[in-house]
Design a protein around this ligand. Structure first.
Ligand SMILES: [Zn+2]
Length: 587
């Protein structure tokens, strides 16, 4: 007797093989039969007309805090993801000395825009100091989906060097020894990798670049030595220049291409793969291609570099209750604290609108990102698009706020103002920047097709009031597999491979990511006719009532984790078979 049988689906097995019709039998959390399955099961899932895929593996998330208070792990679980990897971009919460709790919260709040109040209130501070103790805490919890972690260089440097580390002073030989030892220790405790940030764009809330941003080569080699000694693990990096040269912050010291030799050294020294974010940028729209080519070349000579890409623009969101163009203007700030409906009513008054539109943003009014963002939203109106269903992440320029304002003969800021009040102020708009430089995301097709790239960058759990790219796993299938009309699509088997076995293998999780006998029964049953990404909305459900953007998906008939149905018809079943994943897993 099987536990579950999934009948008659179109199996896209994650290896890149073309779809084939068949059944999938599951027992004791594992796939035990693929093909024609006659055996009866306690539970049958009818997959007629549906795709059956491995559960998706999202390697770029920031749930480091959320995993200590939440077990549903939305919005990942709602988008077919069955394994997440946290601890990216050099930030994390272990190891940590008691005196540094606030500093690490400051860092996470600044870099990843996760409300500090939620992290203060939601996390059981004091229950861990070492990396192993942090993992023990997570190991005592259950989740809808599996969780893997990485050691953040920023937290490690803080732990080893204290204030010297935070001030980005050079590490001494003793510091380097300690970092190597603690890296190896964290990996042996179960971390899946080590991460670092080298961009000055990643700053703590107090404005300091992440500890380790300016780390010299020998410090990265010290981390690599920890990986080498452990014999497993991934090195994840945000290279200098990843989000541009940032002249407003004093300028980056290098472009990503110039960082590749160092990253190659890390990979060669450790014998381990390095993954790093690559996107097309306005200021240098072809640089990404040089980086991909250089990585492929380095891979010919002993390095293992895996550029990490996102198959659409990183969507910077704006709405009345999150960040928007008019924050920081005195007449807006006067009513900013009003409940949304009252604020909308006030903003509809012509004299209020005239006053706000006539003002400029005052610098330094808000202690958060909103100063910089208001400036961005002002210049980005030609790249600002509505996120109304059916959401189009590859729109034509004539649908931008600026183009629509020009067509209507009104000022773009005037139109943006009115549109922010749509749906009683709940409407969301997105600035499409990276990867959308040419007014299409054709470059993402090349990125997806490149053999050595992996997909990631959902940033799930982070930028909770600014970015909602967790839906990107669903987007692979809806847009690239089905809907795209502005250029060629991609075969479903390639898209599923990029979402599953590719990422699982990178992180050494060989027990998942493929539909085959003996593998973990992490599976999606997807109704491709119905699969859709819903409109984003705001929910105040983080600890201390902090808000976050959620974005639902429709069309997931079932999602199984270790053989248990955790989601059924797009709803949480309450099952919590997900656990901390400690270290790599054999097939
Ligand atoms: Zn990140």
């Amino acid at each position: 007797m099987l536990d579950v049988v999934i009948r008659g689906g179109s199996i896209v097995d994650g290896t890149g093989a073309p779809p084939r019709t068949g059944d999938v039998g599951v027992r004791d959390g594992r796939i035990v039969a693929v093909g024609e399955v006659d055996e009866a099961a306690a539970r049958e899932v009818d997959a007629d007309g549906c795709l059956v895929t491995p559960g998706f593996v999202d390697v770029h998330t920031h749930y480091d805090g959320q995993v200590t208070w939440d077990d549903a792990l939305e919005p990942s679980a709602t988008n077919g993801v069955t394994t997440v990897v946290t601890g990216n971009c050099g930030v994390g919460f272990a190891p940590v000395r008691p005196a540094h709790h606030d500093a690490l919260i400051d860092l996470m709040e600044g870099v990843e825009d996760i409300p500090g109040t939620a992290l203060h209130v939601g996390m059981p501070w004091g229950e861990w100091e070492s990396y192993g103790e942090y993992l023990d805490l997570l190991a005592g919890r259950s989740y809808a989906i599996d969780v893997g972690t990485q050691l953040g260089h920023g937290a490690l440097r803080f732990y080893v060097m204290g204030e010297r580390g935070a001030a980005n002073e050079d590490a001494t030989a003793a510091d380097l020894d300690a970092m190597t030892r603690l890296t190896e220790e964290a990996l042996r405790a179960g971390a899946l990798g080590v991460s670092t940030s080298r961009t000055i764009g990643h700053r703590s809330r107090s404005g300091e670049p992440v500890p380790g941003t300016f780390a010299a080569g020998d410090e990265l080699i010290a981390l690599a030595e920890g990986l080498r000694r452990a014999g497993f693990g991934v090195f994840e990096a945000i290279l200098a220049g990843t989000i541009g040269q940032l002249p407003g912050l004093g300028g980056e010291r290098a472009k990503p291409l110039e960082e590749l030799p160092l990253l190659s050294d890390v990979s060669r020294h450790s014998g381990r793969p390095c993954t790093f974010t690559v996107a097309q940028l306005f200021e240098d729209p072809t640089h990404w291609r040089l980086v991909l080519d250089a990585a492929a070349e380095a891979n010919q000579t002993g390095a293992d570099l895996r550029p990490q890409i996102i198959p659409r623009s990183v969507t910077i969101m704006t709405s009345l209750d999150t960040y928007h163009l008019f924050r920081g203007r005195p007449s807006y700030e006067k009513i900013a604290a009003l409940p949304r409906s009252e604020r909308v009513r006030e903003m509809r008054r012509p004299e209020v609108k005239a006053a706000i539109l006539a003002e400029r943003n005052e610098q330094g009014r808000s202690p958060d990102l909103s100063d910089n963002l208001s400036a961005l939203f002002a210049v980005a109106l030609p790249l600002t698009f509505e996120l109304r269903e059916p959401i189009d992440y590859e729109p034509t320029f004539d649908r931008s706020i600026a183009a629509q304002a020009a067509a209507a003969g009104v000022d773009p800021q005037d139109l943006m103002y009115d549109r922010l009040l749509d749906d009683d102020g709940t409407a969301f708009y997105a600035v499409l920047g990276s990867n959308f430089v040419d007014g299409s995301i054709e470059v993402c097709r090349d990125m997806l097709l490149a053999e050595h790239t992996v997909t990631g960058l959902s940033d799930a759990g982070a930028h909770v009031n600014l970015i909602s790219d967790c839906s990107v796993s669903t987007f692979h299938l809806t847009h690239w597999g089905r809907d795209r009309e502005r250029g060629e699509r991609l075969p479903i088997e390639l898209l599923v491979r990029k979402l599953t076995s590719g990422n699982a293998a990178l992180y050494g999780l060989h027990d998942r990511g493929v539909v085959a006998e003996g593998r973990r029964a992490d599976l999606n049953v997807i109704d491709m006719d119905r699969l859709a990404i819903g409109a984003p909305f705001l929910r105040e459900d983080l600890p201390a009532g902090a808000s976050r953007i959620l974005q639902p998906a429709r069309g997931y008939v079932a999602t199984l984790v270790a053989g248990e149905v955790v989601r059924e018809h797009d709803a949480d079943t309450g099952a919590r078979p997900g656990r901390l994943v400690r270290g790599p897993r054999a097939a």
